[in-house]
Design a protein around this ligand. Structure first.
Ligand code: HEC
Length: 509
């Protein structure tokens, strides 16, 4: 019986070890692989729990010999649980986006745990199978294996936590007394910028380079430039990636680097990819501000013109806590029933980011959003809709009467729809609207007047509309900070930026 059990276990171990060695990283894993992989975080608690109890009982079994049999069973079950969790984990790893060095050690430790647990079981039961008393080597080897097991389970668990939550997860709320013993900065200082003399530091060196180094350089540095992009030097940043430049000086909305950061977490192409440590809102704001200000590598921090948001960040709120725009509001999360009801109409609803109460709503169907049902379905989610993509559908001015009641809307895509000047009047109350795409509509100069009071508006797309140069000039006089794209500028990004966000990244590897 025990011999058979051992042979089964050995087969499982060989499979796991082969997977570790043979399954390649990179490439696009199949949906089924990803499906299996997602069980890892749940399943992985089994080997941890089973082996921890096994190790504990082993301590007690010195006193109570009756426990020995239980220890054996737990070791055997723990080894199997480690094999299963390991297989799921190796599938999960293929979804990518994990810190590569932490990942490789986590993988090795996971496989090692399965092997050691099996070895401990074998050393303990072999003498029984051979029907003789255990040799000294078996006894010592068994003890060593149990100790190694305890160490490896602790380490693998710690690295697993780092992979999902980032390196500072464990110590983030450590009391200050302990922090100073461990050589960590005090809790109040976490995330605060420790700036040198602002007159002697460039904005880039003080604020931007550290963010790129910390959040992006694991995948974007000279030796390992994913997407052909390195972000660890001035030259590399300017050189861009496989798809060309990633920074357009003075125009954050046009810059691929900013675009990727502000994509919703679950959208293809979001940076850093899902599963990696994400930027804080403050960090994302700083990068956007630096590019809007001209993306200079020479400008001194003391000369930089700050916005109120950036000033607040620099005043030392700490990079972790600062929130801006709609993210600073106390908005209740959306009701999942309301989301499901909207999705039932054939509309895509996705969260904007993790732990954020906002969603993006995207019409993927020509007619679904041109109905009263859609307008009614939007209303219960009114405070949660931040991005609304109605582009290339049959909607007209009627829907804008509902859109005016979406107080937290920041992006609105209306390209190639039937909206007209009359409908734009409804948009004048959208105080957070940053981006408006009217490309390929019949909008004209008279419609633009309704936009003049939109204080947050930064990007407006008017390519192939009836708007004239005069109309643009008049709006520009009212809103000097607004970037207006009329399709006349020959910036290489024009064609992609009239697309909605997911589409514009589809052609990226
Ligand atoms: C875990 C790895 C990883 C991290 C971390 C990461 N990226 Fe990426 N990045 C990739 C991969 C892989 C690609 C290529 C696939 C793609 O374009 O989506 C890429 C592509 C890009 C591109 C497109 C380049 C081009 O021209 O095609 C940009 C821009 C980018 N990343 C910016 C960033 C920024 C900014 C950060 C940090 C805030 C970051 N990335 C962090 C893996 C990563």
């Amino acid at each position: 019986m025990t011999k058979k059990a051992l042979i089964f276990l050995a087969a499982g171990l060989v499979y796991l070890a082969l997977m570790l060695v043979l399954v390649p990283g990179g490439g696009r894993p199949s949906d089924f692989t990803l499906f299996l992989g997602r069980f890892h975080p749940a399943v992985v608690h089994l080997p941890i729990g089973i082996l921890a109890i096994g190790i504990l009982l082993e301590l007690f079994s010195r006193r109570w010999a009756r426990l020995e049999q239980s220890v054996l069973i737990l070791l055997y079950a723990g080894a199997w649980a480690a094999v299963v969790a390991g297989i799921a984990g190796l599938y999960l790893a293929q979804s990518g986006g994990y810190d590569p060095i932490t990942l490789i050690w986590h993988k090795r430790l996971g496989v090692l745990i399965a092997i050691i647990a099996a070895a401990a079981f074998t050393l303990r039961s072999w003498a029984d199978i051979a029907q003789r008393p255990p040799s000294l080597i078996e006894q010592r080897g068994y003890l060593g294996a149990v100790v190694a097991l305890a160490v490896c389970v602790g380490l693998a668990g710690h690295l697993g936590g780092r992979l999902t939550h980032g390196a500072t997860y464990l110590t983030r709320y450590m009391p200050d007394g302990l922090r100073s013993v461990a050589g960590l900065p005090s809790k109040d200082d976490i995330g605060k910028l420790r700036l040198q003399d602002p007159a002697k530091t460039t904005t880039y060196d003080a604020l931007i380079a550290p963010i790129l180094a910390q959040r992006c350089a694991t995948c974007h540095r000279e030796e390992r430039a994913r997407g052909g992009l390195a972000l660890d030097s001035q030259e590399a940043l300017l050189a861009g990636g496989d798809d060309g430049p990633v920074i357009i000086e003075g125009r954050s909305e046009e810059s691929e680097l900013v675009h990727r950061i502000w994509l919703p977490l679950y959208a293809d192409g979001h940076m850093p990819p899902e599963g990696s440590q994400q930027l804080t809102v403050a960090e994302a704001e700083l990068i956007r501000w630096w590019i809007d200000a001209g993306a200079s590598f020479e400008g001194m921090l003391s000369d930089a013109e700050t916005t109120p948001v950036v000033q607040a960040i620099l005043d030392g709120y700490g990079l972790d806590e600062i929130k801006t725009g709609i993210f600073a509001l106390d908005t209740a999360p959306p009701d999942s029933g309301d989301i499901a009801a909207l999705e039932a109409l054939g509309v895509a609803v996705t969260g904007l980011a993790e732990e954020v109460p906002y969603v993006q709503v995207r019409c993927t169907n020509l007619d679904a959003c041109a109905t009263d049902e859609f307008a009614a379905g939007l209303r219960p989610l009114a405070r949660n809709v931040a991005w609304l993509d109605l582009g290339r559908t049959n909607v007209d001015d009627n829907i804008l009467a509902t859109v005016q009641d979406l107080p937290h809307l920041t992006r609105l895509y209306l390209q190639q729809t039937n909206v007209t000047d009359v409908g734009l009047i409804h948009l004048s109350s959208l105080e957070y609207l940053e981006y408006l795409n009217l490309y390929g509509t019949s909008v004209s100069d008279s419609g633009l007047a309704a936009l003049a009071g939109l204080e947050s508006l930064r990007s407006l797309y008017l390519w192939q509309t009836a708007v004239t140069e005069d109309g643009v000039a008049r709006l520009k006089a009212d809103m000097p900070n607004l970037y207006i794209n009329t399709g006349l500028s020959l910036a290489p990004v024009d064609t992609t930026t009239t697309e909605s966000p997911e589409e514009s990244t589809e052609d990226v590897e």
